[in-house]
Write a protein that binds this ligand. Structure first.
Ligand code: 13P
Length: 256
């Protein structure tokens, strides 16, 4: 397996007002500029209202900006929604799709995620498709089945359109998100290896180049051991991305 450039992505979820966002982004940008031979890519996914401000702030920075969701239609009567085109218009180049807080908290189905992936690709947004099992599904030994069915259900039918340049997967066990719990290193190794094999079977050789992120209670203490696992090509980080010291330590670890 070729060595991929790692991606460290912060998912801010519904946190940070503008003043705090500006301060946090500045700290991350200053820190990332101090790293020589940086071996990782950086992404910040703030709430949609902050995208334009942050994209202006990062205009001369390699840090990329992503949204946390998009609608599957380009425009129209969809009160409260934001289209992929609108996200691009305010500076986003990535979008998270199918996060478990949307799948479980907001009843988003695989079909909806699939339509969103198509809409995002149409606008040349890089999609980070999130998959993960609940604690009960894990206890029942259903992890792999659940992940495979979420992937199959969320990917556009035209699998040849899935490229390493437009699609990333994030394995986020639902029970590990925001709980301080993580799977064992052996479990992450197994799941990421199985995901890689499954994606190669479904998509073909291109899938060996797709980045697979791990997400769920990643922090400065566990990042080194998790990021060193085969087939873990970066992290999708929630809570720890809201604290500059913590997030910058993870960036340092991923940059080595
Ligand atoms: P935590 O890092 O807070 O567990 O959140 C992970 C996550 O949901 C990232 O998308």
């Amino acid at each position: 397996m070729e060595n991929m450039r790692r991606l460290i992505a912060g998912n801010w979820k519904m946190n940070n007002l503008a003043a705090r966002a500006e301060q946090l982004v500045q700290a991350i940008d200053n820190h990332s500029k101090s790293i020589i031979n940086n071996k990782c890519d950086l992404l910040i996914c703030p709430s949609a209202n902050l995208l334009q401000m942050i994209s202006k702030q990062l205009v001369n920075s390699p840090i990329m900006i992503g949204a946390q969701d998009c609608h599957f239609e380009e425009k129209g009567a969809f009160t409260g929604e934001i289209s992929a085109k609108m996200l691009v218009d305010v500076g986003a180049s990535y979008v998270l799709l199918g996060h478990s807080e949307r799948r479980h908290g907001l009843f988003e189905t695989d079909n909806v995620v699939r339509a969103k992936v198509k809409a995002a690709h149409k606008e040349s947004l890089i999609t980070i498709i999130c998959v993960g099992e609940t604690d009960i599904q894990k206890e029942n030994g259903e992890t792999l089945n659940i992940l495979e069915s979420q992937i199959n259900g969320s990917l556009p039918e035209a699998k040849d359109k899935i490229k390493s340049s437009n699609t990333i997967f994030a394995y986020e066990p639902v029970w590990a998100i925001g709980t301080g719990k993580t799977p064992t290193l052996t479990e992450i190794t197994e799941v990421h290896g199985q995901l890689r094999n499954f994606l190669i079977k479904e998509i073909g050789p291109e899938a060996s180049r797709l980045r697979l992120l791990y997400g769920g209670s990643m922090n400065a203490k566990n990042a080194l051991s998790i990021l060193n696992i085969d087939n873990v090509d970066g992290g999708l980080i929630g809570g720890a991305s809201l604290i500059e010291d913590e997030f910058c330590k993870i960036i340092d670890i991923a940059s080595e």
